[in-house]
Design a protein around this ligand. Structure first.
Ligand SMILES: *[C@@H]1O[C@H](CO)[C@@H](O)[C@H](O)[C@H]1NC(C)=O
Ligand SMILES: *[C@@H]1O[C@H](CO)[C@@H](O)[C@H](O)[C@H]1NC(C)=O
Ligand SMILES: *[C@@H]1O[C@H](CO)[C@@H](O)[C@H](O)[C@H]1NC(C)=O
Ligand SMILES: *[C@@H]1O[C@H](CO)[C@@H](O)[C@H](O)[C@H]1NC(C)=O
Ligand SMILES: *[C@@H]1O[C@H](CO)[C@@H](O)[C@H](O)[C@H]1NC(C)=O
Ligand SMILES: *[C@@H]1O[C@H](CO)[C@@H](O)[C@H](O)[C@H]1NC(C)=O
Length: 270
């Protein structure tokens, strides 16, 4: 809560204006509506008549009081004024059908109008408050990562990354745990990374290792998603090693033979 002091032209009366801007939650699901409340409590009747409130979204002016400024703005936003008590005013602004591009801030600016001879001579900013809009994408990683064998064969990890808030390939990186190296799509020493936008909410990315060596089993690989509003999510993977030691496969068979021999010896002893 910020208290702002201003001087009124009529006799320089000191007054205080409190502006509260809040929403039920700053996080919103893709496709939902987001409502923020600009609340100005405790004003007297004269102050109320002198007040001008404006809503902004990421710097774009949307309203004068609760009046939406254009037909285009009306499609995307709605505004209602509520006054639970005569001296407690709230302007509720709703952003409809939240999309990725709606992330950012809603700002309420409160001005005092100074009039002379019934014409406004100036507006003085007496309060500004913002609330963030953060879009809660429904993020999913779905990866296929088969076992690998140390050999000359190429190993592939394929991940599908899904975000209902929208996703594109430039938000995806791969990272190698041991060296910390980052891979955006392209070719590197022994590693290839690809990325393909399947839909506007799904991408498919692959990490290919040209030649698997033992060191690859000791390190982790991550798919890093850099979402809106600096939200970073890391999905860790490690390559499972497949043991292809022929002796391991033979052992159960040998054990069976040994037990048959042992059984035969025991029978002979009897
Ligand atoms: C969002 O608001 C619009 C119009 O006010 C309404 O028709 C729609 O059902 C609301 N959507 C949700 C998800 O509440
Ligand atoms: C003003 O009204 C809001 C509801 O819109 C309420 O939450 C708030 O407590 C009220 N403030 C005062 C000072 O009465
Ligand atoms: C929203 O406000 C925050 C904090 O003031 C700022 O860092 C950020 O850049 C703003 N976002 C947009 C889209 O204007
Ligand atoms: C207000 O209007 C009156 C007459 O219309 C004029 O005499 C006066 O100078 C005006 N005052 C100011 C501050 O403009
Ligand atoms: C994604 O595409 C669908 C149609 O395929 C469209 O309705 C939707 O608005 C798009 N969403 C984004 C965030 O671009
Ligand atoms: C991976 O990169 C190598 C060069 O490092 C290139 O020869 C090969 O075609 C690439 N493979 C894919 C699937 O992009």
């Amino acid at each position: 809560m910020t208290l702002l002091y201003f001087m009124s032209m009529q006799g320089l009366v000191r007054s205080t204006i409190t502006v509260n801007v809040a929403s039920q939650s700053t996080w919103v699901n893709y496709g939902d509506n987001y409502t923020a409340n600009c609340n100005i409590p405790g004003l007297d009747a004269l102050e109320i008549s002198q007040l001008r409130v404006e809503w902004f979204h990421n710097g774009q002016r949307l309203t004068s009081q609760c009046l939406l400024l254009s037909a285009e703005i009306k499609q995307k936003y709605s505004c209602i004024t509520v006054t639970p008590e005569w001296n407690n005013i709230s302007l509720l602004l709703t952003v409809k059908n939240i999309q990725k591009s709606d992330a950012g801030n809603l700002t309420c600016e409160v001005y005092e109008r100074f009039t002379e001879n019934e014409t406004v001579v100036r507006n003085e900013l007496v309060g500004v408050k913002s609330v963030p809009i953060q879009i809660r994408g429904n993020l999913k990683f779905k990866c296929t990562n088969a076992c690998a064998i140390v050999n000359k064969k190429r190993h592939m990890i394929m991940c599908e990354v899904y975000d209902t808030g929208g996703i594109s390939c430039n938000t995806i990186l791969w990272k190698r745990g041991d060296t910390g190296e980052n891979y955006s799509p392209g070719s590197y020493n022994n590693i290839n990374v690809t990325c393909k936008e399947v839909t506007n909410s799904t991408i498919e990315t692959t990490l290919g290792i040209q030649q698997v060596t033992a060191e690859y089993f000791k390190t982790s690989f991550s798919v890093i998603y850099n979402g809106p509003l600096s939200r970073t999510i890391e999905y860790h993977l490690s390559i499972p090693e497949e043991y292809s030691n022929p002796a391991a496969a033979v052992q159960p068979f040998l054990a069976l033979i040994y037990s048959i021999i042992l059984a035969a010896i025991l029978l002979k002893i009897q």
